[in-house]
Structures are given as structure tokens and as C-alpha cells.
Design a protein around this ligand. Structure first.
Ligand code: CMC
Length: 429
């Protein structure tokens, strides 16, 4: 194959370099196109635009493949822990024993937040969405750690990574405790990352709390499955904000806000709300399908469809396979799981969904497990944020380590007025 593409525009032919990834993905490099031709490319939603080269995560949406640093997601979900996977994403390799132990120690050492930050919680209304609290608290961390804000200083970055990874878990669990009027539970150094999170979420000072190892395993699995997904909306946001050399806390806070939307991470909350609505309507899944197909109705089947996957989302497959096991473990049944299965079955038989290659995505079944564990619905997207954090950090680090990154600054095609004179107020109609 030629390593040059030709573009003919305004009767001129331009030669554009062609670049290839390690999995043979091909891209036409247009970096110099405007300088040479005054022409830009137009791609709203960036469905066809590569914003960077990256060695972190590979997705083949047609085949339903997802790998972190080359390792299939199914292997990591079964055999790894969230902390080990975070190391893999951020540092590019599986840690050896010393590296893992040092990494874990760093997370343990940085698990507290400054006591003054506890007062922040009192300022939020009790109805505040935990994503609003999480994003603002993470941004506020930058006020407390001025010694780790410079992205160009590797020592500061090294301090920053365990700080943000560890403290976000504390912030998230405190926001839950505050929302239900319970005292916050300080982290316990003897517990691993996920066990410590569950402890801070569900322990109370008045009695002993045993962390259930099967539930810890389920949380590890869910966080691993969410840990990275290459240039998705929130990760691209983190890269874009970080490209201005804003600090990592600010960049992550922006990523949390991007994740909140129901087309992105907010879908996990929206799925359970949709399933509950179907349950209220006698469990009739057909009405939801009809609404989702109606172009005059903004309703979409939440947890279905994906920009990249045109096949079953491999993360959804793993989560769906674990639902029964976790419900059995917690001794529960969940009518919403039955509705979700019937909804999936009906959608996959429907030509609308088949023709558009719309399959369940990661958010379709995750809520069933979160409910079984006792995580409230409005905390689901916070769980997604905890999981996605290593991916955000890995992409930010990859970018700042690359040294040759430029500020993210797309162009546009202007479609507004041509030059128009200012009209004084008295002469306006
Ligand atoms: N229900 C009904 N129709 C849908 C859906 C859906 N969930 N998703 C896509 N479509 C239709 C869409 O209307 C369009 O139809 P047409 O070609 O007739 O105009 C076609 O499928 C292509 O959709 P699109 O909007 O061009 O696709 P996109 O790549 O821009 O959007 C998406 C991807 C995930 C935002 C979208 O599928 C969606 O809104 N899904 C529901 C929300 C959701 O579950 N989001 C979580 C995504 S996975 C977790 C994450 O990474 O955040």
C-alpha cells in the first residue's frame, strides 16, 4: 500500500502522508493540509478524526475487541486487580512485586483528604448529585497541593498520581455518607483499594464491618472494565484541558463533568431509571423499544449503542455473565435484571437495532450489580469515574511525556453573517 494519499481540491492535488498503527489501522495525516492548501477537514463529533497516537488501549469495534496495553479485557477482568490494571495503564507494563507494593503503599499513604475539605460537604444541598460534588472537590484538590501542579516536572507528576487516585475514592465515599446523614468513615490502611472503598461507603462507627471478599472481587472487576476506552468523550476532554498545561486535578475535574452526561457515563444511572420505569408499566418492554425507534421522540434505549462498537461490547458480555453470580452471593433477586434481559432480546431481534448494529454497552448491566452491592443509583456514574480515573491519568501522562504535544484547538467552518455594520439602539426595529 502506498504511504501517501492524494487529495484533489480546488483543482490542486495535495500529497498527504499515510500513517499506520501497530494493529494496521490506517490514517491520513492532515497536519500540514491547511498550511499548504487553506483547506480544513470537517468532522462534527470527531467520528472520523484521530486526535493523537496512543499506545494505551486498542479497540476493534467491528470484532468487539478491547485490550489494555495489549492484554485482552477478559483476562484482566478475571485475573487482575483494579490497582494492578491502573499501574498497567499508567506505566505501560504489569508491575513486578516491588513495583506493585510501592504503588499500593503510595495509594495507602495518600488516602486522606485535608480536614478543611470536609467542611465543603456542608455547603452542598442534601439533594446534590454526587457527580457535582466529585468534580468540584477534585478540582479543589489543586488548592491543597500546589507542590504537584506542574505537568512538566516528573517528580511532581510522580507525587500527583497516587494522590489523585487515592483521594478520589475518599471524596466519593464521603459524599455518599454526607448524602445519607452518616458520619464519614476514615480510610483503613490495612485494606486494599476496593475493600477500603467499600469500608468507607458502608461501615458505621457504632459496629464492626466485615468486607465481603466476593463483593470486593466484583468491584475490582467492574472498575477494571471501566478503566480505559481510548479517546472517548471524557478522556478526550482530559487531554484537551491538559493540553493547555492546566494541572491534572483541573483536567480530571473536567473529565468527570464530561462523563456525567447520559450519552456517556451517566447512562448507567439512566439505564436503571429506564428499567424501573418499564417495571412500573407492567414490565412491557415493547413500549420502550417503540419510543426509542420514534424519531420524533428524544428517548433512546439507554445502555444501547456505541460510537465504536458495531458488535457486542466485550465489557457488557463480562458484566452480564457476572450478574447471576453476584445476585446469588448477596441472596437477592432483581426484577430489573429480568427486564434488562427481555429488553435486550427484543431489541436484538428488531430490525431497527440490528440494522444500526446497536448492542448493549458497558452501562446496560452494570447497574444490576451496583444495586446488588448496595450502591445507590445516583452514585453509579461516580463508580464509572473511579474506574475511568487510571485511563484519564494514563492519557494525560502519555500526552505530557510526549513533549511535542500542542494545545488542542480545532477549527471551524464559519456560517454566520458576512461583515455587517453596528446599528445604534435607537435605529433597531
Ligand atoms: N436508542 C435508539 N436509537 C439509537 C441509540 C439508542 N440507544 N443509539 C443510537 N441510535 C440510532 C441513532 O438514532 C441513529 O439512527 P439514524 O441513523 O436513523 O439517525 C443511529 O443509531 C446512529 O446513532 P448515532 O447517534 O449517530 O451514534 P453515536 O455514535 O453518535 O452515539 C451513543 C453513540 C452511545 C451516544 C448512542 O448510541 C446513545 O445515545 N446510546 C444511549 C446512551 C448510552 O448508552 N451511552 C453509553 C455509551 S457506553 C459507555 C461510555 O463509553 O460512556
Amino acid at each position: 500500500m502506498s504511504d501517501v494519499a492524494e487529495l484533489k481540491v480546488n483543482n490542486q492535488t495535495y500529497q498527504l502522508p499515510v500513517t499506520k498503527g501497530t494493529e494496521d489501522e490506517v490514517a491520513v495525516d492532515i497536519q500540514k493540509l491547511r498550511a499548504e492548501s487553506k483547506v480544513i477537514t470537517l468532522d462534527p463529533g470527531f467520528g472520523n478524526t484521530g486526535s493523537c497516537e496512543s499506545g494505551i488501549t486498542f479497540i476493534d469495534g467491528e470484532k468487539g475487541i478491547l485490550r489494555y496495553r495489549g492484554i485482552p479485557i477478559e483476562q484482566l477482568a478475571e485475573k487482575s486487580t483494579f490497582v494492578e490494571t491502573a499501574y498497567l495503564l499508567i506505566y505501560g507494563k504489569l508491575p513486578n512485586e516491588t513495583e506493585l507494593s510501592d504503588f499500593k503503599n503510595g495509594l495507602t499513604r495518600h488516602s486522606l483528604i485535608h480536614e478543611d475539605m470536609l467542611h465543603f460537604y456542608d455547603g452542598y444541598p442534601s439533594t446534590a448529585h454526587p457527580m457535582a460534588i466529585l468534580s468540584s472537590m477534585v478540582c479543589s484538590l489543586s488548592a491543597y497541593y500546589p507542590d504537584s501542579l506542574d505537568p512538566s516536572d516528573p517528580e511532581q507528576v510522580a507525587r500527583l498520581i497516587p494522590r489523585v487516585l487515592s483521594k478520589i475514592r475518599t471524596i466519593a465515599s464521603y459524599s455518599f455518607k454526607k448524602s445519607i446523614g452518616q458520619p464519614v468513615i476514615y480510610p483503613k490502611n490495612s485494606l486494599d483499594y476496593c475493600a477500603n472503598f467499600l469500608y468507607m461507603m458502608f461501615a458505621v462507627p457504632s459496629e464492626a464491618f466485615e468486607v465481603d471478599e466476593d463483593i470486593v472481587k466484583a468491584v475490582n472487576m467492574l472498575l477494571i472494565l471501566h478503566a480505559d476506552h481510548e479517546q472517548n468523550c471524557s478522556t478526550s476532554t482530559v487531554r484537551l484541558v491538559g493540553s493547555s498545561d492546566a494541572n491534572l486535578f483541573a483536567s480530571i475535574a473536567a473529565g468527570i463533568c464530561a462523563l456525567w452526561g447520559p450519552k456517556h457515563g451517566g447512562a448507567n444511572q439512566a439505564v436503571v431509571e429506564m428499567l424501573a420505569e418499564i417495571e412500573k408499566n407492567d414490565g412491557d418492554v415493547r413500549k420502550a423499544l417503540e419510543r426509542a425507534k420514534d424519531k420524533d421522540d428524544p428517548f433512546r434505549l439507554m445502555g444501547f449503542g456505541h460510537r465504536v462498537y458495531k458488535n457486542y461490547d466485550p465489557r457488557a458480555r463480562v458484566i452480564k455473565g457476572s450478574c447471576d453470580k453476584i445476585l446469588a452471593k448477596t441472596g437477592q433477586t432483581d426484577p430489573l435484571l429480568d427486564i434488562a434481559r427481555r429488553l435486550e432480546e427484543a431489541a436484538l431481534e428488531d430490525p431497527y437495532f440490528r440494522d444500526r448494529k446497536l448492542y448493549p454497552n458497558v452501562d446496560f448491566y452494570s447497574g444490576v450489580i451496583y444495586r446488588a452491592i448496595g450502591i445507590p443509583t445516583n452514585m453509579f456514574t461516580v463508580m464509572f469515574a473511579l474506574g475511568r480515573l487510571p485511563g484519564w491519568i494514563a492519557h494525560w501522562k502519555e500526552m505530557v511525556d510526549s513533549k511535542n504535544y500542542r494545545i488542542g484547538r480545532p477549527r471551524q467552518i464559519y456560517t454566520g453573517n458576512n461583515e455587517t455594520n453596528y446599528v445604534p439602539l435607537s435605529q433597531r426595529t
